[in-house]
Design a protein around this ligand. Structure first.
Ligand code: KG4
Length: 340
């Protein structure tokens, strides 16, 4: 009998549900929340309320598009964390209720494992191209920046990670600081396309090993813009494209230096990227270019699987389901990675 997995994702501000048949995606529905736009960031209480409103229609729509009845499902995969606790609670509670009422198992998924396995979302009529194990994943999202060695779908080693801000946070905070809006990543990405990445230079951190730090570059940008504005009040307005391009290039340089070192240290040449920041054209192009130079096999997830989506959660859950992993009904969501 086919494995039919329902995936549920509700860790931040996207409510998403997906249906997978034997690893092949049948549907992936995402309801993004617009209520946060005026606040310059995600408001946790508003996010959980919106998830509550969205979850039933989103799951129903995912089943409808997949042509699957709830009673046919084999298991439910859901994001247990990390993320916003109130948001996670909605997805987790929904998964429990459905599991109980349908009498089928549920499988908890670490959100980051979803991003790391995003390249394994198979789609009908799309040629399969997946990394072989072990591979390295540059995981770059709003809450995390890590280099992960993926030994198997169920076994991960974090080789390096940020000691302060995540790279997505650096995009978001700097965009806010420059008055460009939220979320910062796509806005800076768009402006950077029209700017000169070599025009300005910002201090890069000097962190030992494979760890990252992104809080210093924020301060470096802040002081630079403040000093220039003191001389010319129109500096920001007249130079925002170059500022964004140079800032983005600095972030990518920082990311790539450690990724290259990790590839050298481990002698792994299967390289992937995942997480919201992997929607950015910059790191995608750089990974391809470095890959060509260094004879890496590079794998970039499709844009729709870079930001939060239930397809990747369903895939991560499916791997576990096949391995016999089941999650008990008394499971509680967790907000932090360390609590997993
Ligand atoms: O993975 P994600 O959707 O949520 C988390 O799990 O954190 O990542 C969201 C982050 C935000 O910080 C957003 O600014 C960033 O991904 N992002 C981008 C782009 N699109 C989204 N960053 C840079 N360039 C983009 N095009």
């Amino acid at each position: 009998m086919a494995d039919l997995i329902l995936g549920i994702e509700s860790s931040c501000d996207d409510t998403s549900a997906a249906v997978l048949r034997d690893g092949v995606l049948l549907s992936n529905v995402i309801a993004s929340q617009q209520v946060h736009k005026d606040f310059g960031g995600v408001v946790p209480e508003l996010a959980s309320r919106a998830h509550e409103q969205n979850i039933v229609p989103v799951v129903s729509e995912a089943l409808r598009r997949a042509g699957v009845k709830a009673s046919e499902l084999s298991a439910i995969a859901f994001t247990r964390g990390p993320g916003l606790l109130g948001s996670l609670l909605v997805g987790t509670s929904f998964a429990k209720a459905l599991s109980l009422s349908l009498d089928i198992p549920m499988v908890m998924v670490n959100h980051l494992q979803g991003h790391i396995l995003a390249n394994f979302v198979r789609q009908p009529d799309v040629p399969v191209r997946e990394p072989s194990f072990p591979y390295l994943c540059l995981l770059v999202s709003g809450g995390n920046s890590q280099i992960v060695k993926v030994n198997s779908p169920l076994e991960y080693e974090i080789l390096g990670q940020t000691i302060d801000d995540a790279v997505g946070e650096a995009f978001d905070k700097c965009s806010k600081m420059l008055g460009l809006g939220y979320p910062g990543g796509p806005i800076i990405d768009k402006l950077a396309k029209q700017g000169d990445p070599e025009r300005f230079h910002f201090a890069k951190p000097n962190i030992p090993g494979l760890d990252y730090s992104f809080s210093g570059i924020k301060t470096s940008l802040l002081y630079f813009v403040r000093d220039e504005m003191a001389k010319d009040p129109d500096f920001l307005e007249n130079n925002k494209e170059d500022l964004c391009a140079s800032f983005q290039k600095t972030l990518i340089d920082i990311l790539m230096t450690k990724l290259i070192r990790a590839a050298q240290d481990t002698r792994i040449r299967e390289i992937t990227i995942g997480g919201g920041v992997s929607a950015n054209r910059g790191p995608r192009e750089r990974i391809l270019a470095e890959g060509e130079k260094r004879h890496w096999n590079t794998y970039l997830p499709e844009f729709k699987f870079t930001t939060d989506n239930a397809a990747m959660i369903a895939v991560a859950g499916w791997f576990q389901y096949k391995a016999g992993v089941r999650t008990p009904l008394d499971v509680a969501p967790v907000s932090r990675m360390a609590d997993f």
